[in-house]
Design a protein around this ligand. Sequence first.
Ligand SMILES: NC(=O)c1ccc[n+]([C@@H]2O[C@H](COP(=O)([O-])OP(=O)(O)OC[C@H]3O[C@@H](n4cnc5c(N)ncnc54)[C@H](O)[C@@H]3O)[C@@H](O)[C@H]2O)c1
Ligand SMILES: CC(C)=CCC/C(C)=C/C=C/C(C)=C/C=C/C(C)=C/C=C/C=C(C)/C=C/C=C(C)/C=C/C=C(\C)CCC=C(C)C
Length: 518
Amino acid sequence: MSDQQHWDAVVIGSGIGGLVTASQLAAKGARTLVLERYLIPGGSGGAFKREGYTFDVGASMIFGFGEKGYTNLLTRALADVGEHCETIPDQAQLEYHMPGGLNIAVDRDYETFIADLSARFPHEATGVRRFYDTCWQVFNCLDAMPLLSLEDPAYLTKVFFKAPLACLGLARWLPFNVGAVARQHINDEQLLKFIDIECFCWSVMPADRTPMINAGMVFSDRHAGGINYPRGGVGVIAEKLVHGLERHGGAIRYKARVTKVLLENGEAVGVKLADGETIRAKRVISNATRWDTFSGQDDGSTRAGQALVDEANTPKKEAFWRRRYVPSPSFLSLHLGVRADLIPAGTHCHHLLLEDWNRMEDEQGVIFVSMPSLLDPDLAPAGHHIVHTFTPSSMEAWQGLSPTDYRAKKEADAARLIQRLEAILPGLSEAITHKEIGTPRSHRRFLGRFQGSYGPIPAMQLPGLLPMPFNRTGVPNLYCVGDSCFPGQGLNAVAFSGFACAHRVGADLGLNPWALPA
Ligand SMILES: NC(=O)c1ccc[n+]([C@@H]2O[C@H](COP(=O)([O-])OP(=O)(O)OC[C@H]3O[C@@H](n4cnc5c(N)ncnc54)[C@H](O)[C@@H]3O)[C@@H](O)[C@H]2O)c1
Ligand SMILES: CC(C)=CCC/C(C)=C/C=C/C(C)=C/C=C/C(C)=C/C=C/C=C(C)/C=C/C=C(C)/C=C/C=C(\C)CCC=C(C)C
């Protein structure tokens, strides 16, 4: 299968963004091929098995799995191709362990959460209510309409007639960040710091640089649809999307690393693989990050010239984007197997530990912990649990080391992380039976992501989501999907990007139905 086979769409990468695009396009009748450089689908939403454990590659805290409304984008993406994930509801989104013994678990029930937070800050009870209610207003606008491509005037017209007030509400919130809204309602400095960490937890940015639309989504979906864990592990989502894709006539190839987007007269016409094979398609969609897709910036090591589009063909507006967004740090991550007796009954699945408010944005500052086998015991061998912990760490801290120094740093930093975690899991060091250490270099290598980054973050304070690009690029017939597109990081955010991308490509191929989805 090569030059002879002409596909309607070729998708580079099988992250959740790429798979939602591909499965949606296949469901519209487009002949769709996904090319994945690794052995399994899912990218940072994948999973791997070791010694009886099923470990999630990335985070295990999943939004977008609700039953109602339009924001349950993972449920919808699966259902559209005849698939369904059984999920396990999580009673708390996560438990925060903050300086000064300030501990707050975010309950699934909104009123319980508001009451818990107000009890810690009684003088700010009104502000707490007003701030989080404002987030609900944003969420209600999002949840009132089918979410498709904002680059399609036909969709915008239809959706405006369907839900005019919700559209105007969203248009109003698009340029806002959370910080300004929080300060309208809240004065207490410590509570504002809590709002910062509430944002940092998923945007890796404080409130001033976190878009309000995304906060509306996250701070309300956790109570509306709730946080729900897919039985069998996060990797099941990607596996099921692949089944759905194949059932609708699409295909996926693994160990198929794309090295170039083929261009003719400046238009994308296909891709070239690492082994020299070429594949032609009417439309090419890149689920690699924008830094890996377009030329113009390297990470100072081996990457120069490796982007999918060369410098001469990289649109000027990409340079503009790179001045506004920079790669967030990657992570130091530990996938641990532990003796089950370490974890007391009733412990929550997700935790965040911050020992010093001033360290929130520091290298290896905030610690995240997920223990998904507390929800799904089949993920670990009998008598054991999974402790997956990660902390932001940038590529610079890991570059230029000799192999011996690299191994020594891995062990030393992992030991320090485990030591700090004893604060919430006393006895951890003695209970570990399996340990895998991942660094920014591992994440770059296995996920193919520039600098192993978690995703783009604003280089400066920007007007909310307004500068985030949609799916079309400056190269005709080439589209981007995933977390370097509107609305950014997160599985349900990249699922939105996938719906939007498939809709835009579907419009360009003349495949979209006239009516909006129910
Ligand atoms: N709880 C959560 O919400 C959660 C959990 C995990 C991950 N995430 C987020 O999900 C987002 C990632 O999703 P995404 O869709 O943008 O992509 P992704 O980075 O997860 O996946 C991209 C895929 O493309 C493949 N790829 C890259 N370059 C390629 C090439 N040249 N040829 C072939 N294949 C190539 C990679 O191997 C990978 O499988 C991130 O923001 C991440 O932080 C969120
Ligand atoms: C017509 C007119 C007038 C107008 C128009 C307007 C409109 C319509 C607009 C629209 C808009 C829209 C649609 C938008 C959308 C958006 C969205 C969908 C968003 C989403 C978002 C999401 C998100 C952000 C998510 C995220 C999440 C995450 C990231 C998570 C993560 C997690 C982690 C990391 C975990 C950690 C922690 C621990 C463990 C503790």
